[in-house]
Design a protein around this ligand. Structure first.
Ligand SMILES: [Zn+2]
Length: 378
C-alpha cells in the first residue's frame, strides 16, 4: 500500500497552521521566560589569599538584564547631566565675561562722571570768587561815579545801586592785597590742610553764586543807567562852564578896584565903578573868561583898546585899557584863549585890566562869576 500525502488547502488546514504558530510562539515565550527566570549566571569572586573561600553569586538572567538596563539608563542620565552642566558652565562663563565688560564700562563712566562733577564744583567755586570780585568792582565804579559828581560839582542823588557786600571791608581787603611800593611782589604760593567740602555745601554755594550774579546783573544795569545820566550831567555842566564867564581874565587875582561905588581915581569924587580892575604887568596875557564871539574891538579915550565878547544867556564881557588887541570882530574864541595884552590905554593910571560883565546890557558885579584861574583848565 502506498500512501501519498496531498495537502489540502481548506479552512480546516489553515486553522491547523495558525494553531501551530501560536503554539510555537507560546513555546518560544515559555522558553524565554524559563531562560530569564530559571537560568542563572554565576559571579565568582576569588580572593588573593589562599586560605579564604571563593564567593559565588548566582544571578538570574532577568536580574542581569535589568541591572544592565538600569546601568545603561544611569549612564545616559549621567552623560546628559554632564553635557547640560558643561553647557551651563559655558553660559555662566560667557555671562561673567559680559558682566565684567559692562562693569568696566560703568566704572569708566562713573570715573568720568566724577571727574566732570569735580570740574563743575571747582568752576562753581571760581564763579563764587568772581562774584565777590564783581561786587568789589561795582563798589569801585560807584565810588568813581561819586568822585566824578564831586569834581563836576553835580548834586549827589541817592544811588539806585546797592551792592550787598560791605564796601569799606572790601576796600580794606583790596588794599591789603596791594603790594607796598618799592617792594617786590609777594609769592603766589598757597597751601593748607585738605578740607574737602560736601556736595550740599557746593550746591548751596552754587545757589548763592547764582543769586549774587542775578543781583549783580540788576545792579550793573542800574549803575549803567546812573552813569549815563551822570555822563549827561557832566557834559551839561562842562557846556555850562564853557559858555559861562567863570574864568579870571588875568593870571593873577590882584583886585585893585572892586565893582561898585568908589572915589574916582582922577577926580576923587564919588562915582560908580561898573567893573573890576585887576592889577597886572604890562603885556600880561588877557584871557576870554568864557567861550563866545567877539562882537566889538576898538579904541576910545575912556576905554582905551577894548574888546567885547558875547556869550550865551544874554551875557557879555568887556576888556579895557589893553596894550594890544589880538582878536578881530566876528572871531569865535574859546574859554581861556588869549585875546589881548594888558596895557594902560584910555583913562587909566597904570597897567591894569578893567573887566566888566554885562547881563542883558546891564553891568553886574563880575565877582560871583569868577571861579578859577586859567591854569585850572576851567
Ligand atoms: Zn576899572
Amino acid at each position: 500500500m502506498k500512501l501519498k500525502w496531498k495537502p489540502e488547502i481548506n479552512s480546516s488546514t489553515v486553522d491547523s497552521g495558525r494553531g501551530r504558530l501560536s503554539k510555537n510562539i507560546a513555546n518560544i515565550l515559555r522558553g524565554t521566560y524559563k531562560s530569564l527566570c530559571f537560568k542563572k549566571l554565576t559571579l565568582v569572586i576569588i580572593p588573593d589569599a589562599t586560605n579564604q573561600s571563593v564567593v559565588r553569586f548566582r544571578i538570574p538572567h532577568l536580574a542581569a538584564y535589568i541591572a544592565a538596563a538600569c546601568f545603561s539608563v544611569l549612564m545616559l542620565i549621567s552623560i546628559s547631566i554632564y553635557f547640560v552642566h558643561a553647557h551651563t558652565v559655558k553660559q555662566a562663563s560667557d555671562l561673567q565675561s559680559k558682566l565684567s565688560g559692562v562693569n568696566q564700562q560703568w566704572s569708566a563712566t562713573l570715573s568720568s562722571k566724577n571727574e566732570a562733577i569735580e570740574l563743575l564744583q571747582n568752576e562753581v567755586i571760581q564763579l563764587s570768587q568772581q562774584a565777590e570780585q564783581m561786587k568789589t568792582q561795582v563798589e569801585e565804579v560807584k565810588k568813581l561815579e561819586s568822585d566824578l559828581k564831586t569834581i563836576a560839582g553835580i548834586d549827589h542823588e541817592p544811588s539806585n545801586v546797592a551792592v550787598a557786600s560791605n564796601s569799606s571791608v572790601d576796600k580794606a581787603k583790596k588794599d591789603d592785597n596791594q603790594p607796598i611800593a618799592g617792594e617786590s611782589p609777594p609769592s603766589t604760593g598757597v597751601g593748607g590742610s585738605p578740607n574737602p567740602v560736601s556736595q550740599d555745601i557746593i550746591l548751596k554755594l552754587g545757589h548763592d553764586t547764582l543769586a549774587s550774579f542775578t543781583a549783580l546783573n540788576g545792579e550793573v544795569q542800574a549803575l549803567q543807567t546812573n552813569l549815563t545820566a551822570t555822563k549827561q550831567k557832566v557834559a551839561d555842566k562842562q557846556e555850562q562852564l564853557r559858555i559861562t564867564p567863570t574864568l579870571w581874565p588875568t593870571s593873577t587875582k590882584v583886585v585893585t578896584s572892586p565893582f561898585g561905588y568908589r572915589s574916582d581915581p582922577f577926580t576923587k569924587i564919588p562915582s560908580y565903578h561898573s567893573g573890576i580892575d585887576f592889577g597886572a604887568h604890562e603885556n600880561d596875557p588877557v584871557y576870554a573868561t568864557a567861550a563866545g564871539k567877539v562882537v566889538s574891538t576898538g579904541k576910545d579915550i575912556y576905554h582905551g583898546n577894548n574888546i567885547v565878547i558875547e556869550h550865551a544867556k544874554g551875557l557879555r564881557t568887556w576888556y579895557m585899557h589893553l596894550n594890544k588887541i589880538l582878536v578881530n570882530k566876528g572871531d569865535s574864541v574859546e574859554k581861556g584863549g588869549t585875546i589881548g595884552l594888558v596895557g594902560s590905554t584910555g583913562r587909566s593910571t597904570g597897567a591894569h585890566l578893567h573887566y566888566e560883565v554885562l547881563k542883558n546890557g546891564e553891568s553886574v558885579d563880575p565877582k560871583p562869576y569868577l571861579k578859577s584861574i586859567r591854569k585850572d583848565d576851567n
